[in-house]
Design a protein around this ligand. Structure first.
Ligand code: GRF
Length: 216
């Protein structure tokens, strides 16, 4: 089975990167992580890549005069590694429209909220402040506008009465770790097709039940 060569871009902890690395260890997984790029020298994600024997490239945005030059350097590395797909996993730089268009429908991101609710930062605090009963994460194809683009998969978690930012973040992060490898599988298998703003999925099961929170 030919595996889809995937790069992961990180800026920090890299726990989502780790779940992708772990998923790719299975012999029937359709992707392989061929390259990890970080813009931050100390990123734990780089150490995770190295520990897994994956090439890890540091491309520091601070060393580039413009966003375009930084993105061009990333693009060069991706093409040199002959990567087909790019996953953003806690990559904290906004990519330029030129880069995003060059990788259109081959560039995916995970966001810690149920988009289009709560794009941007501090999603868990904002969810608590808004009083929502459900929160979660979204894996989507990237478009130039931040945290926008056709949705591939979402996972929902309940917001509990006693939650604070940390407890809610931990619940969502656990959902992210289940969601990202599944979403990448769909894309790598060619089962996620973009149609306008929507993503059509071939051969998946769908949840059938209505869920209530709270339940009476
Ligand atoms: C995750 O919550 C992800 O959704 C967001 O940044 C965080 C990265 O965490 N984009 P990690 O580096 O994968 O542990």
């Amino acid at each position: 089975m030919a595996r889809v060569k995937t790069a992961v871009l990180v800026s920090g902890r890299g726990s989502n990167l780790q779940t992708l690395i772990d998923a790719c260890a299975a012999s029937d997984y359709p992707g392989e992580i061929a390259l990890v790029i970080s813009n931050e020298p100390g990123a734990q994600g780089m150490a995770r890549a190295t520990a897994a024997g994956i090439p890890a490239k540091l491309i520091e945005h601070r060393k580039f005069a413009t966003r375009e030059a930084f993105d061009a350097a990333i693009d060069r590395e991706l093409r040199t590694a002959e990567v087909d797909l790019v996953c953003l996993a806690g990559f904290m730089r906004l990519l330029t429209p030129g880069f995003v268009e060059a990788w259109r429908d081959r560039l995916i991101n995970i966001h810690p909220a149920l988009l289009p609710a709560f794009p941007g930062l501090n999603t868990h605090a904002r969810a608590l402040e808004a009083g929502v009963r459900w929160h979660g994460c979204t894996v989507h194809f990237v478009r130039p506008e931040m945290d926008h683009g056709p949705i591939i998969m979402q996972a929902v978690v309940p917001v509990m009465p006693g939650d604070d930012v940390d407890s809610l973040a931990a619940r969502v992060l656990d959902a992210e770790h289940h969601c990202y490898p599944r979403a990448l599988r769909l894309v790598a298998e060619g089962r996620a097709r973009v149609s306008g703003n929507r993503v059509l999925i071939d051969g998946a099961d769908w949840p059938s039940a209505v869920s209530f929170s709270p339940q009476d």
